[in-house]
Design a protein around this ligand. Structure first.
Ligand code: AMP
Length: 188
């Protein structure tokens, strides 16, 4: 089983690229953000718990997203691989993922990291708010909180995966087609 992580700040293009990559390489795309938004839309207890955190631009608890990933792995034993989008976002999540994979003597194959400047995050999320109507994209203070949260909690994963030797960086400010091509070159 292949395990790829699509990594990067909000607005880096993870969701857009994940769809193309998952199709080309026959991977199951798992977006924890999409899964959480589905729970919110369905009004489940988990969705209600997550709503305030998400709309304030904060992370939901590690055990919530780890549980969703565990369930998805368990229920999809017949796929050829997974493309994780928006997970892991903390060192604790990354360690838990490594533990889960180690149970079946597996590991993360590659971390595909899309790099963009903070100013670009702002521009892209504000534009996306008009198209997708996500509350957490619409308010500048919430966007800033997501950027700060990314730097404080998620960015440390770069060193974590550099040490693991599977970290690959891709400039995220190219066109969608160019980013896709760069990702394909790295996946090989
Ligand atoms: P995304 O669609 O990936 O931008 O995620 C939207 C929101 O869902 C994030 O701002 C978080 O509040 C929450 N979320 C998604 N994935 C995670 C994760 N791995 N850990 C914690 N919170 C997450």
């Amino acid at each position: 089983m292949k395990y790829y992580i699509l990594f990067g700040p909000p607005g880096a293009g993870k969701g857009t690229q994940a769809k193309f990559i998952a199709e080309k390489y026959n991977l199951l795309h798992i977006s924890t953000g999409d899964l959480l938004r589905k729970e919110m839309a369905a009004g489940t207890p988990l969705g209600l718990q997550a709503k305030q955190l998400i709309e304030g631009g904060n992370l939901v608890p590690d055990e919530v997203v780890v549980g969703m990933i565990q369930n998805t792995f368990k229920n999809n034993k017949d796929v050829s691989g997974f493309l994780l989008d928006g997970f892991p976002r903390t060192i604790a999540q990354a360690e838990k993922l490594d533990e889960m994979l180690a149970e079946s003597s597996e590991k993360v194959d590659k971390v595909l990291s899309l790099v963009i400047k903070d100013e670009t995050i702002f521009e892209r999320l504000a534009k996306r708010a008009l198209i997708e109507g996500r509350k957490d994209d619409a308010d500048p203070a919430t966007i800033q909180n997501r950027i700060d949260t990314y730097h404080a909690k998620t960015e440390p994963l770069i060193d974590y995966y550099k040490e693991a030797g599977n970290y690959c960086e891709i400039p995220g400010e190219q066109t969608i087609e160019e980013v896709f091509q760069s990702l394909c070159d790295v996946i090989g």
